[in-house]
Design a protein around this ligand. Structure first.
Ligand code: ADP
Ligand code: MN
Ligand code: MN
Ligand code: MN
Length: 415
């Protein structure tokens, strides 16, 4: 014991300096080198991982990953073992807690935050073949006395939807995001310290090794979301190289926020596996001509989807116009860097809408105009926006019983 410790400390001294050709080649030294291997390079041996993954689960137990939103709007999670019978419905899942002083969500002297399960998904990261599912559990957060935390935006949004179930509001959320190398500075496909030789143009919905960066990740994420039970409806490469998009929906009411947050959680987990850094920042590259990232929010109520719906869509848009600044306030941090009026965005200061106009705040699709019913797209929310706040705010605004002035559509030619 003593001897090997001595060798270890010798070896540690040797490796503290420049690698020496004369350093003794002992097994202890190679152990130290092992420990010095940079993490983050996905060097783990898949055969080793598979060995553990192939261990069967006890038939009567389920691993439940409780997921919640922290003070910064990021997801966090931790695991517990539950008896199978408690995991069949969300009502049967026990509440749990975490140390809120470590997430900026509670003071140290009263640190317990209560997690209330809201929605169950299948866990794509812990599949099993015995007919039982391990689960991911979307939760929201409460004080021990039962008050929603100030950061519990789900509770705020839920109020907007409460009692309005007959409206059957649908949301389709387009989640854009940007993939970086682990240096967090170099987007995938970009040269280190530089910019791509070719300007934007060839990358959107692209194929080919010179255009498309990160497809393995978006495909893995797509499949993991489908497995989980998320209504992921598509994916495409984005305008800036290294930027990607997927869509979730249509989902009904508060479920859009639950599903989108869980899809973001899955995205982070997939990127962890690939050792690629993912950011939801709305303008990751400020210098130069590079698109930002958004969370376009497509909306329809039952009456908008029925004949005559276009008129109802327009009325909803006029209401959104009247509350433009209130919406911008909850549409994401750093959005002013993105909503410049360039790069397929409208100015942050002025509301506009138009048919097929990607330079407007709100767009009505050609099909919706042609059919006289359908949905509209609010293009203002940024990629890091809180989907509970965005969907809840839209619901509250368009349900208000107010008279607002009409607004002239901004057609593409005018934009
Ligand atoms: P874009 O043309 O803006 O890129 P996408 O195809 O990326 O549009 O996303 C459109 C989203 O809108 C999808 O998630 C889709 O499921 C959703 N959607 C389709 N119809 C409706 C509807 N009636 N109400 C709300 N969302 C809808
Ligand atoms: Mn899209
Ligand atoms: Mn897009
Ligand atoms: Mn869109």
């Amino acid at each position: 014991m003593k001897l090997s410790l001595a060798i270890l400390s010798m070896a540690a001294t040797a490796t503290a300096f420049a690698p020496s050709l004369t350093a003794p080649r002992t097994s202890a030294l190679s152990m130290v080198n092992q420990l010095n291997i940079q993490t983050g390079k996905a060097q783990l041996d898949t055969a080793v991982i598979d060995r553990f993954n192939s261990l069967p689960y006890p038939a009567d137990k389920v691993l439940a990953e409780y997921v919640w939103v922290d003070a910064a709007g990021n997801t966090r999670s931790k695991t517990r073992t539950l008896p199978v019978k408690r995991t069949t419905a969300v009502e049967n899942l026990p509440r749990w807690n975490f140390d809120g002083s470590s997430t900026g969500q509670a003071p140290g002297d009263d640190s317990e935050v209560i997690l209330r399960p809201c929605r169950i998904f299948k866990d794509p990261f812990r599949p099993r073949s015995d007919g039982v599912d391990n689960i991911l559990v979307m939760c929201d957060t409460y004080t021990p006395s039962g008050e929603p935390l100030p950061t519990n935006t789900r509770a705020v949004a839920a109020k907007s939807f409460e009692g309005k179930e007959d409206e059957e509001i649908w949301f389709g959320l387009e989640q854009e995001f940007t993939l970086f190398n682990l240096d967090q500075r170099t987007p995938l496909g970009w040269p280190k310290g530089g910019v791509p030789a070719r300007a934007q143009g060839p990358y959107y919905c692209s194929v080919g090794p010179e255009n498309s960066f990160g497809r393995a990740i978006t495909d893995a994420h797509y499949r993991a979301c489908l497995y989980a039970g998320i209504e992921i409806s598509g994916t495409n490469g984005e305008v800036m190289p290294g930027q990607q998009e997927y869509q979730v929906g249509p989902c009904v009411g508060i479920d859009a926020g639950d599903q989108l947050y869980m899809s973001r959680y899955i995205l982070q987990r997939v990127c962890e596996e690939f050792q690629v850094y993912c950011t939801l920042h709305p303008k990751p590259i400020v210098e130069g001509d590079w698109n930002g990232a958004g969370m376009h929010t497509n909306v329809s109520t039952k009456s908008m989807r029925e004949p005559g719906g276009l008129e109802i869509i327009k009325k909803a848009i006029y209401k959104l116009a009247a509350k433009h600044q209130e919406h911008i306030a909850v549409y994401g941090e750093g959005n002013e860097l993105r909503l410049t009026g360039k790069h397929e965005t409208a100015s942050i200061d002025q509301f506009s809408f138009g048919v097929a106009n990607r330079g407007a705040s709100v767009r009505i699709g050609r099909d919706t105009e042609a059919e006289g019913m359908g949905y509209f797209e609010d293009r203002r929310p940024s990629s890091n926006a809180d989907p509970y706040l965005v969907t809840g705010k839209i619901m509250a605004t368009i349900m208000e019983d107010v008279e607002v002035p009409e607004l002239k559509a901004l057609d593409r030619e005018v934009a």
